[in-house]
Write a protein that binds this ligand. Structure first.
Ligand code: HEM
Length: 274
């Protein structure tokens, strides 16, 4: 078995065994009319604190305990297992009370964003690698402006060389906005190549009416439309890769604070056993 597959198997077996142990213990406690809520609460808060510590680990890579990839593995498996502990802790019901509902919402969003992030960090980098050129996120505005200027120059040259305005009119009508404006928010959430296909099809239709000098410029416009779409696609994927982590981390600290407050209040209302 490959080391990667065997590591995944070992981690999965350990996680399932841990979760099964905690579940069996909780059921046993409840069957003998004991209380498991404080215990599952401590396990859950311990898991959430451990998961939150991953941020510290990333900021301080000199911390002695284990490698970065082992931290990530532990983060993923403890993150997954924490969902069962969360379910046991709330009794698989929607909790009551403002603080409890807020914690449940924060936890569920952190969990779901973790799963989404895990999928994206595995699937988006290969898609980015397949694109023809790799672009540094911070330089995209500059490259967009360069593509827009080149497209305008190509159209002006075409009008000067041929004296015909067909390509110029098509540019003003269909391509000017494409080259000048960033894509809408919907595109960043769900990037598709439908606009690219639409514009290329329209440009192909227009090409039939162009003279030879215009056709040459039209070929350059084809290439610029494709490059601009590749750029937007790449920005959208990079935006996802940065954005999900921002959301995931943004949920972590309110979750930690609200969970600690909830634990403290639970002890207070349980007879001041703090
Ligand atoms: C539910 C409670 C969770 C909390 C409080 C939490 C917290 C965190 C924190 C603090 C980071 C570090 C962010 C940074 O500094 O850049 C992180 C990263 C990450 N988390 Fe979670 N997480 C949770 C659940 C999950 C789950 C369930 C998964 C997936 C199964 C997951 C997958 C990841 C991944 C893939 C990273 C980023 C790895 C990287 O690119 O370095 N998390 N999480």
């Amino acid at each position: 078995m490959r080391p990667f597959a065997s590591r995944r198997l070992t981690n999965s077996v350990l996680t399932v065994a841990g979760v099964a142990g905690i579940t069996a213990w909780t059921v046993w406690q409840e069957n003998k009319l004991g209380r498991a809520d404080f215990h599952t609460g401590y396990v859950l808060i311990g898991a959430v604190l451990f998961l939150a510590c991953y941020n510290l680990r990333k900021k301080l890579p000199v911390l002695p305990w284990t490698t970065s990839s082992a931290w990530l593995q532990a983060h993923i498996y403890i993150g997954l297992a924490s969902a069962v502990v969360f379910g046991l802790h709330v009794g698989w019901k929607v909790p009551n009370g403002f603080l409890e509902i807020s914690i449940a919402v924060l936890y569920c969003l952190a969990f779901v964003s973790g799963i989404v992030g895990l999928i994206w960090t595995r699937t988006l980098p290969p898609q980015l690698a397949r694109l023809s050129e790799e672009i540094i996120f911070e330089r995209t505005a500059m490259i967009r402006a360069q593509l827009r200027d080149r497209a305008q120059r190509v159209v002006l040259e075409s009008v000067h060389a041929s004296g015909a305005t067909t390509l110029g009119e098509f540019y003003a009508e269909r391509l000017q906005e494409y080259f000048e404006r960033p894509r809408r928010l919907g595109y960043y959430l769900w990037p598709t190549n439908s606009l690219r296909r639409e514009l290329l099809a329209e440009l192909t239709a227009v090409r039939r009416y162009l003279s030879d000098p215009e056709q040459e410029k039209c070929e350059q416009l084809f290439a610029l439309v494709r490059r601009r779409d590749d750029l937007d696609f790449q920005v959208a994927l990079q935006w996802r890769l940065k954005g999900w982590l921002f959301v995931h981390l943004g949920l972590t600290y309110p979750l930690v604070l609200a969970s600690c407050l909830h634990g403290w209040l639970a002890h207070l209302f349980d007879g001041g056993a703090l």
